[in-house]
Design a protein around this ligand. Structure first.
Ligand SMILES: Cc1cc2nc3c(=O)[nH]c(=O)nc-3n(C[C@H](O)[C@H](O)[C@H](O)COP(=O)(O)OP(=O)(O)OC[C@H]3O[C@@H](n4cnc5c(N)ncnc54)[C@H](O)[C@@H]3O)c2cc1C
Length: 111
């Protein structure tokens, strides 16, 4: 996990867990349908869009920072702003590490 917000792999693993949870049983029973695939998309759409939005916000803040990079020392303004507030820093770290929607492997004992 990158400390500057590279979270693509986190999303990929959560996508994989959600997909396994939703498609596992229909696949095993040989009755996979378009509705099952749509259910995966529906579950993962919000965290994907929210993460993209957050990364775009960080990128535009970085662009402003680059403009006065010569004057600046230390981390970008966006990060300095968050670090000033311990609760915000904790929330940002948690969001970065765990994402907008956590996924847990579901053990399906019926099949
Ligand atoms: C340069 C770069 C740096 C990155 N750095 C980071 C980082 O520091 N931290 C981080 O968390 N993330 C990072 N990422 C993002 C991360 O790599 C991706 O978000 C993540 O790999 C996406 O995983 P995925 O399984 O969803 O898709 P992918 O890893 O893209 O896997 C999809 C797979 O499906 C295959 N495929 C596509 N179409 C078909 C088909 N029709 N039939 C069969 N197979 C198919 C592809 O060949 C590929 O192997 C980086 C990405 C890039 C490009």
């Amino acid at each position: 996990m990158s400390p500057i917000g590279g979270v693509g792999v986190n999303l990929a693993i959560q996508d994989a867990v959600a997909t396994a949870n939703i498609l596992g049983r229909p696949l095993r029973e040989g009755r996979l349908s378009d509705e099952d695939l749509a259910a995966v998309e529906k579950r993962r759409l919000f965290p994907t869009k929210a993460t993209q939005k957050l990364q775009l916000m960080m990128r535009s803040s970085r662009r402003t920072d680059q403009a006065d990079a010569a004057k600046r020392k230390g981390p970008p303004a966006f990060i300095r702003g968050i670090a000033r507030w311990p609760v915000l820093a904790h929330l940002a770290g948690r969001l970065m590490g765990l994402g907008f929607r956590m996924e847990h492997v579901r053990i399906d004992r019926k099949s």
